[in-house]
Design a protein around this ligand. Structure first.
Ligand code: F0G
Length: 453
């Protein structure tokens, strides 16, 4: 059961099918353009959408808004230093700001960044520095149905090949994303992280964690990895941070705050370069674009997020939803992680070719039937067509991500999602596809307009 009770509530919009049909037409079938008040259950992201605890709110009220050297900064700094062990910690307003400041200070044009999988803003911040992002997911990640517990791992053979290959001189950093959001929210084992750290040390390349979901990764390690079953998630997290040379953090996930992030690192020269850029572009080094209250709430959230009862319930609710979804006849990327379920829309809707966007079609139908908003991760996101709409490139899988906000929805909300999917799956052959009517040259899924086909 939930290890908390509800003290403050917010009504959620209840709409009719007709209203939702109208809304979909109005936004040209782009779910990003819906007004939040048209959405009953919002599973677009688990980022910045969590519920604050009473202790976090209280910490925020006690925030110190001094421009420099605030009490809030010192509390935040102490919490992050204890958790990560890094010698230098800089606050940023969110994860992508940490990425920009770190990469701009660390990379040179032409550098290569290796990762288990780059998140899309991480890749964008590498490419904006005229550098190259290479993903090295482990082979098990390719089989969506396999229940291997650590499908977020990096491919160690490939990592070794890259670190000793012809481009080795250009490799500036290895990033390990825990959990691997771009790879189905799958965790990374401590064994894999240790071997990665050893390879990085051997070849003199720094290792950074993209630690947005470090606590969820640690929880899955305590469940599934030999040698870690009697450890607490906090102990696992502390060890993981100490295996790397630094981290980038979006605290909007496992900081359980609405805004916030940080960079941690041990290299003093790199820290100095980051600090100067931070001051010029984010804010002074003791607030990094945040209010004092944000720093206090982040410090409190970072302490709450590794509580075993909280993580156990989060895993349980994800497993509950996974069970409902499978029983509805919809396959997911197995095994279910903690922050999201990824529905296999391609398999549910075999009558729709990739360039009719089965993932998007399922996401739109979920909104129409149940007022549920989700995100397509398929050929609308990764594909490409010529001017006549003929496919040039399609995504490897047609998925829909149901992201689970922290401490927000109850089991009856999740049951509603299961029921909605069951209804859709029974008449899956009636789900129609889409064609793009307008799109932007990059990140098209955010701004594209579509029409049914
Ligand atoms: N790294 C990972 C693994 C992420 O999932 C995200 C954000 C970021 C970095 C960037 O952090 O949003 O604070 O700037 N992921 C969100 C999502 C947006 O929906 O998965 P940010």
């Amino acid at each position: 059961m939930e290890p908390y009770r509800i003290k403050v509530v917010e009504p959620i919009p209840v709409t009719t099918r007709e209203q939702r049909e109208e809304a979909l037409k109005r936004v040209n079938y782009n779910l990003f353009d819906l007004r939040a008040e048209e959405v009953t259950i919002d599973l677009l992201t688990d980022s910045g959408t969590g519920a604050l605890s009473a202790a976090q709110l209280a910490a925020g009220m006690a925030g110190d808004e001094s421009y420099s050297g605030s009490r809030s900064f010192y509390r935040f700094h102490e919490t992050v230093t204890e958790l990560t062990g890094y010698a230098h910690v800089l606050p940023t307003h969110q994860g992508r700001a940490a990425e920009r400041v770190l990469f701009s200070s660390l990379l040179k044009p032409g550098s290569i960044v290796l990762a288990n999988t780059h998140f899309d803003t991480t890749r964008a911040n590498v490419e904006l520095n005229n550098c190259e992002a290479r993903d090295l997911p482990c082979p098990e990640a390719k089989n969506l149905d396999s229940v291997e517990p650590f499908k977020g791992n990096i491919d160690l053979n490939e990592l070794h090949r890259q670190l000793t290959g012809p481009d080795a001189d250009r490799i500036s950093v290895v990033v390990m994303t825990i959990t691997n959001n771009g790879g189905g929210g799958q965790p990374v084992s401590m064994g894999n992280l240790k071997q990665t750290a050893a390879l990085c040390r051997q070849y003199g390349v720094p290792l950074f964690l993209d630690a947005a979901r470090f606590a969820e990764n640690a929880w899955l390690v305590t469940r599934h990895e030999e040698g870690y079953r009697d450890r607490t998630p906090r102990q696992v997290a502390e060890e993981a941070f100490r295996l790397a040379d630094g981290c980038m953090m979006s605290a909007k996930k496992d900081g359980i705050v609405h805004i916030g992030g940080f960079i941690g690192m041990n290299d003093p020269e790199l820290a100095q370069r980051c600090e100067l850029l931070l001051i010029a572009t984010e804010g002074f080094a003791t607030y990094g674009g945040l209010a004092g209250r944000d720093l206090d709430m982040m410090a409190q959230g970072l302490s709450e997020v590794t509580e075993p009862a909280y993580l156990a319930e989060r895993a349980d609710i994800a497993a509950h939803l996974a069970h409902r979804v499978r029983s509805a006849g919809v396959d997911i990327v197995e095994p279910p992680g903690l922050h999201a379920l990824y529905l296999n829309a391609g398999r549910l809707l075999p009558h729709l070719p990739p360039h009719h966007y089965p993932g998007h079609a399922l996401a739109c139908r979920m909104y129409l039937e149940g007022g549920i908003r989700s995100a397509e991760l398929g050929s609308l996101y990764l594909g490409e067509e010529d001017e006549d709409g003929n496919p040039i490139k399609s995504a490897p899988y047609e998925l829909v991500r149901l992201a689970l906000p922290r401490r927000v929805y109850t089991r009856s909300h999740y049951d509603h999602i299961g029921e909605t999917l069951a209804k859709i799956a029974k008449q899956a052959d009636t789900v129609h596809g889409f064609r793009i009517t307008d799109q932007s040259p990059i990140l098209r899924h955010f701004r594209a307009t579509l029409e049914p086909v």
